[in-house]
Write a protein of this length. Structure first.
Length: 290
């Protein structure tokens, strides 16, 4: 029975390690595709100066995203100076970050074409109003400018081509499965495994050691991967040379998330191992005193 118990304990520990590893992977994927990280991505990748064909896999080429956005602003009757001020502002990264976040979910979740939120539109109106005050020679009322910005925001959706044009051969179903997966199921599975470890090891505190070791090893792996930015970037980009400027900043942000998660998980694992050592010493001293 002891041999069987040790074997089952080993199996549970291995599964526990895999579950913790998967939890970090899925958490990282969900964290990567949020407005804040996409805003950093837009800023780091200088996406505004990329060819729109590279970004959206469109036939139209020879024009950058910034030029396309600028052109739409002029078509919406927004004065040239105000359009330039909007595109120069730091807030444009946040606005586009939200826009691209919605675009990603449009691709993988079959939603309607993305539109700017009311918060983003209000921010753009605020930027335009500040620019209007700075350029006193522009003969335009606040109300007219606001209407132009609203029209401009609606026209931005025209940048996004049809879903199939953008998807190409990307494994959208796999990406969608990761992003839509409820991570609570993994937490529940980890809890069940800990309960099983209690039963198989006939101990309430030994599972703390097993959990700590699994977290420590997982954390070290992700910290190591997070420190291999250049190597991993070269491996991935050698396969997709055409999308190098688009993908490289994305990989860097993902590896940064892995590094942070790895550090947190590693320290948590070390803490649990120390807790186990303290409890184990207390139990041994208590047994010896009897």
């Amino acid at each position: 029975m002891k041999v069987i118990g040790k074997f089952l304990t080993l199996i549970c520990v291995l599964i526990l390690f895999v579950l913790i590893f998967l939890t970090i992977i899925i958490y990282s994927g969900k964290s990567l595709l949020n407005k804040e990280n996409l805003s950093k991505y837009i800023k780091n990748s200088n996406i505004l100066n990329m060819d729109i064909n590279i970004i959206f896999n469109m036939e139209e080429s020879g024009i950058t995203l910034k030029e396309k956005i600028y052109k739409l602003g002029i078509e919406s009757n927004i004065p040239e100076k105000i359009v330039n001020d909007i595109l120069k502002s730091d807030e444009i990264n946040l606005i586009l970050g939200e826009f691209f976040n919605e675009t990603i979910y449009y691709l993988i979740d079959e939603r309607e074409k993305p539109e700017l939120s009311q918060e983003a539109i209000d921010k753009m109106i605020e930027l335009a109003s500040i620019s209007l005050e700075d350029n006193i020679n522009i003969m335009l009322t606040e109300e007219e400018l606001q209407n132009y910005i609203i029209d401009y925001s609606n026209k931005l959706t025209q940048i996004i081509p049809d879903r199939q044009v953008m998807i190409g051969v990307l494994p959208i179903s796999t990406i969608n499965s990761i992003l839509s997966f409820n991570i609570l199921y993994l937490y529940l599975a980890i809890f069940i495994l800990i309960v099983l470890l209690v039963l198989f090891s006939w101990s309430f505190y030994k599972p703390i050691k097993y959990l700590g070791i699994s977290m420590l090893i997982s954390g070290i792996i992700f910290v190591t991967l997070g420190c291999m930015n250049n190597v991993i970037n070269q491996m991935i980009l050698s396969q997709i040379e055409r999308l190098k400027v688009l993908v490289s900043p994305f990989v860097t942000i993902l590896l940064t998330i892995w590094f942070k998660c790895g550090v947190l998980i590693s320290f948590s694992g070390v803490f649990l191992i120390l807790v186990y050592i303290v409890i184990n010493r207390i139990v041994i001293n208590s047994y010896e005193s009897k």
